[in-house]
Design a protein. Structure first.
Length: 241
């Protein structure tokens, strides 16, 4: 008895099983994450060598106000008082962590998220690559960028980029433009008091004023000046000086 041979119609494909579909999607996801990570590494590596040309926020502010003031200066042309005041104001443990301050993060969680826990590195990542506002996608990207920045940039470079991208008044970006706008001097010529006042306006530059500061801003600037002197004495400024 001769069996009849069976043949599949040309062009037909075997359907994937649910398990095969899951494996296919998993492989696609892994490749996508790897591609994103490699892109981040390349982008961070580029900005380790050249100044970031602009940021999403600077572009949006330029469109909103018609123009902006901004001028890049290297860290060597920024008064040391400004470097210390910025760290004292925004991230006193800057030299002690690898991008995430776990002590501050735990304290923020304990207080129900009512206090900030972002380090200078995280703020730099947000200012350079991401957008303002709280969302899980932004925090996830920030968590990917931050350790790469810490691995590829020096602490001084992080602070340099931060100060050149930060907003100090409406449409005024970077410490050089801020020093000239507020005090009529270069970033290199800022005094300790001027540096503390500029650092005091950083969290809310559209409402705080460095030239005619409110009582609260003057009080905050005095605290920053004390903090700057403290981190200079105890070695917490060593990584960027």
């Amino acid at each position: 008895m001769v069996r009849k041979a069976t043949s599949r119609k040309a062009g037909t494909r075997r359907k994937k099983t649910p398990k095969q579909t899951r494996l296919s999607l998993s492989g696609l996801l892994r490749r996508s994450v790897l591609s994103l990570f490699l892109a981040i590494v390349a982008w961070v590596g580029l900005y380790a060598l050249v100044p970031p040309p602009t940021t999403p926020y600077i572009l949006s502010e330029g469109l909103a106000h018609g123009s902006i003031r901004r001028s890049w200066v290297p860290a060597d042309e920024i008064a040391p008082e400004m470097l210390r005041a910025t760290v004292a104001a925004e991230d006193a443990n800057f030299c002690l962590h690898w991008g995430f301050d776990m002590g501050q993060l735990r304290a923020a969680i304990a207080e129900g998220g009512n206090r900030g826990a972002s380090t200078l590195t995280q703020q730099t990542v947000k200012n350079v690559w991401l957008w303002h506002g709280r969302s899980w996608p932004r925090k996830a990207l920030e968590a990917m960028f931050t350790p790469v920045v810490e691995a590829m940039w020096s602490k001084r470079r992080i602070l340099e980029v931060y100060l050149n991208m930060a907003e100090f008044d409406t449409g005024v970006f970077g410490i050089e433009a801020a020093a000239q706008h507020h005090f009529g001097v270069s970033a290199a010529a800022l005094t300790g008091r001027q540096a503390a006042l500029l650092a005091a306006v950083l969290p809310n530059p559209k409402e705080r004023q460095a030239v005619v500061p409110s009582t609260a801003t003057r009080r905050r600037a005095a605290q920053i000046a004390d903090g700057a002197a403290t981190i200079d004495r105890d070695g917490r400024a060593a990584c960027f000086q």
